[in-house]
Design a protein around this ligand. Sequence first.
Ligand code: BV8
Length: 288
Amino acid sequence: MAPNNPRYNSIPAFHEKLLKSKRILAICGAGLSAASGLPTFRGAGGLWRNHEATSLATPAAFEDNPGLVWLFYAYRRHMALTAQPNAGHHALAALARKLPGGFLCLSQNVDGLHPRAGHPAEQLRLLHGSLFDIKCNEYCGWIQRDNFDDPFCPALAAASVDVNPGETLPLLDPGQPLAEIPRKEIPKCPNCTAGLQRPGVVWFYESLDEEMMSGVDRWIKDEPVDVVLVIGTSSQVYPAAGYAEKARGKNTSVVTVNLEPEGEVKLARKQDFVFAGDAAVLLPQLLE
Ligand SMILES: CC(C)NC(=O)[C@H](Cc1c[nH]c2ccccc12)NC(=O)[C@H](CCCC/N=C(/NCCC(=O)O)S[C@H]1O[C@H](COP(=O)(O)OP(=O)(O)OC[C@H]2O[C@@H](n3cnc4c(N)ncnc43)[C@H](O)[C@@H]2O)[C@@H](O)[C@H]1O)NC(=O)OCc1ccccc1
């Protein structure tokens, strides 16, 4: 649908399509959790103590300095634990309950807010894992689900400090030197005792869960997808960024919900609907 078509960002026109839709796929990014107070990657949150967030999210960074990488994740665990799911998370969870066999939510977010909004697990795929899963850095297969310890271990206590509004957490102040965290203060894997425990997220240059990916491909191929919701993501990271096109069939409407959708439009991905604004405000209106 051409951008100059008045239906392009018409909620009633979208509701007409939604009413006729039996199968809906959602692809979510950090923008969905922005209204919960969690920074996005491209926004201010892109930099953590003058480190590119993406540069800390790699096996090499953990190999080089596991203490620093753990402080980064311990901080994000603390932030996510003190955050609340927003109306956007709840609207997606409600749609899942309304469409048990017809809605699948793919999320790049590791903040645990979808499950905390009551999103049915069988209709949720956490493509990049969770901050609250812990696994072995030697890939021995050991994994601990739903570890909400805050701090995760005594050596990371600096990341679990609340500051008053307007104050900066010393941890975040690049001017404040960081105490080196010795490798021996990071818990070892209880299974192989060789590896260190690490956050259960998918780092760059690490493959996503094969079984999960083939399950998603099967869900997309089984029957035509009527609507693809692309929510609060800059669609820069693969394979997540490829699912909208993968799911597009001849009657599929691809719908962007983004505070600044220009980025998406620039990607020249054919949009059928574009709704500019906060996902936490728009999703309840779109999915009611
Ligand atoms: C940077 C990119 C080019 N690189 C990649 O994609 C790489 C390499 C690659 C693979 N295939 C390719 C094909 C082409 C090019 C590159 C590649 N992919 C990988 O490495 C993947 C693994 C990727 C997963 C990495 N882990 C993350 N997260 C977990 C950790 C952690 O979180 O720390 S990625 C992480 O960053 C991404 C951030 O993107 P967004 O969520 O979209 O957030 P962003 O800030 O960018 O945008 C926010 C948007 O919201 C909007 N917004 C803001 N506020 C609001 C608001 N209030 N409401 C609505 N919208 C809002 C903004 O306007 C904006 O549009 C998310 O995916 C997030 O999970 N693994 C892999 O392919 O394995 C095999 C392999 C193995 C070896 C070698 C090669 C391949």
